[in-house]
Design a protein around this ligand. Structure first.
Ligand code: SAJ
Length: 416
């Protein structure tokens, strides 16, 4: 079988490489020529453990090729971005463009899978659109399979940093437009997924994906709200959480400087958008997590004002620990704000990046190693719980005035 994967980003590229490594012929398609060239030469444009080796292997064996335009295939997997616009409404233009690019290539027996996080009803709308554009095909008929094509929604749910392991091992949720579509997509995923391939409808599968991330956002909001309450009451939030979590049915997540990444900060809006009057906790959770970022900015400013000549180490820029991903990163938002105000007094430490991101490049801020920051700064703001920061011995940081948003230096005097 031949598989076309549309979109070679954080999900599409590992998916394409994994499928190619299981003996299927794969064409990875992307509208960005630079990505097509990079991957086509066996290299990768994102940081993800073990992905470089796998891509280089499947490209050199010929199992994975790349192209700017889709070609006919048996299976089309759409893994393109579905961001939100300025008004928190889903922007499906990349999905629309991907469908447009394959609709004339479809032939009977083809399977079209949407993996991108999408609002409820997107997969049905795709099936309808294909039906309108290609009246010669019918979609997922039960029984009569002549001339049928199959459309299903199968969300990815892998964790950046563990993508290859989770792609192969996680259970998958597979929602066809009809039961025949579900079965056809289940057969396909079984070829490379060790986890269970649980079948449902397309609409339920869309909501499953959104539910997972909205659930996590809400739980993080609970932790962030608790951290603000503890600060006011002068109680150590990390200790409260540690002890509360000894209860067999309690598992409070960790507070932080806000929620980042492309998914958890975005997906709840897809649910809120489809039932605005009912999605009250979800909307409030988004608000609480956003407020937490602003609170950290205010506290950092207050601490910097107290230390008027000090250099300030901002530890971490990425959206979470030990990745190089800056998407929706609250740490980056905080540092951008402080950089605009305090310029060269700000020293950024980010062991997972080789240089400052373009947004910060013009702000006169320094980009230093953790050792250099410990030597030259009097104030530190911990924004990401990278391993490099956790490992700093107390003796090397005792002199610092610290705001620790991740609770990694709890042996230091507490500062809200
Ligand atoms: N965070 C906290 N406290 C916590 C846990 C996380 O503040 O206790 C913050 C992180 O620092 C980060 C954000 O939340 O800024 C999100 O990080 P994450 O590790 O929770 O999740 P992602 O965005 O890397 O990946 C999520 C995962 N979803 C769930 O765990 C429900 C992943 O399985 C999904 O595949 C992915 O979203 C996605 O692509 O949707």
């Amino acid at each position: 079988a031949k598989v076309a994967v549309l979109g070679l980003g954080y999900i599409g590229l590992p998916t394409a490489a994994l499928i190619a490594s299981r003996g299927l012929r794969v064409v990875g398609v992307d509208t960005n020529e630079r990505i097509v060239d990079t991957v086509g030469s066996g290299k990768i444009h994102i940081a993800e453990p073990d992905l470089d080796g796998l891509v280089s292997k499947v490209v050199s064996s010929g199992a994975l090729a790349t192209s700017c335009k889709p070609q006919p295939a048996d299976v089309f997997i759409i893994a393109v971005p579905t961001p939100i616009d300025g008004e928190n409404r889903p922007d499906l233009s990349s999905v629309d463009a991907a469908i447009e690019s394959i609709v004339d290539l479809l032939t009977p027996g083809n399977l079209v899978i949407l993996e991108s996080t999408s609002p409820i009803g997107t997969t049905e709308a795709i099936a309808k659109r294909i039906g309108e554009r290609r009246p010669d095909l019918h979609i997922g008929t039960n029984g009569k399979e002549n001339g049928a094509i199959y459309v299903a929604y199968c969300p990815e749910r892998v964790l950046p940093g563990r993508i290859l392991t989770e792609l192969a091992n996680n259970d998958r949720c597979i929602g066809g437009i009809t039961p025949a579509c579900t079965r056809r997509a289940q057969r396909f995923y079984k070829m490379f997924v060790r986890g269970a391939c649980v079948g449902t409808t397309a609409r339920a599968a869309e909501l499953v994906k959104l539910t997972e991330n909205a659930f996590r956002d809400t739980n993080i909001a609970f932790a962030n709200e608790l951290s603000l309450i503890c600060d006011r009451l002068e109680i150590n939030v990390w200790e409260v959480i540690d002890i509360a979590n000894r209860h067999p049915r309690v598992n409070v997540l960790r507070p932080g400087p806000g929620v980042g990444g492309h998914c958890i900060a975005v997906d709840p809006w897809f649910i809120i958008d489809s039932a605005p009057d009912l999605a009250r906790i979800m909307r409030m959770s988004r608000e609480v997590n956003k407020t937490k970022t602003r609170t950290v900015i205010e506290r950092a400013e207050a601490l910097i004002e107290e230390n008027s000549y000090a250099n300030i180490a901002c530890c971490g820029l990425t959206f979470k620990a030990n990745v190089d991903d800056l998407r929706e990163s609250p740490a980056l938002e905080i540092v951008l704000h402080l950089a605009g105000k305090y310029g060269s007094r700000i020293k950024v430490v980010e062991p997972n990046l080789r240089r400052l991101p373009p947004e910060l490049a013009d702000c006169r801020v320094g980009f230093v190693s953790i050792d250099e920051a410990l030597r030259s700064c009097e104030v530190a703001i911990i924004l990401v719980d990278h391993d490099e920061f956790k490992m700093v011995p107390l003796a090397e940081r005792r002199h610092l005035d610290v705001i620790d948003t991740r609770g990694i230096w709890q042996d230091m005097p507490m500062r809200a």
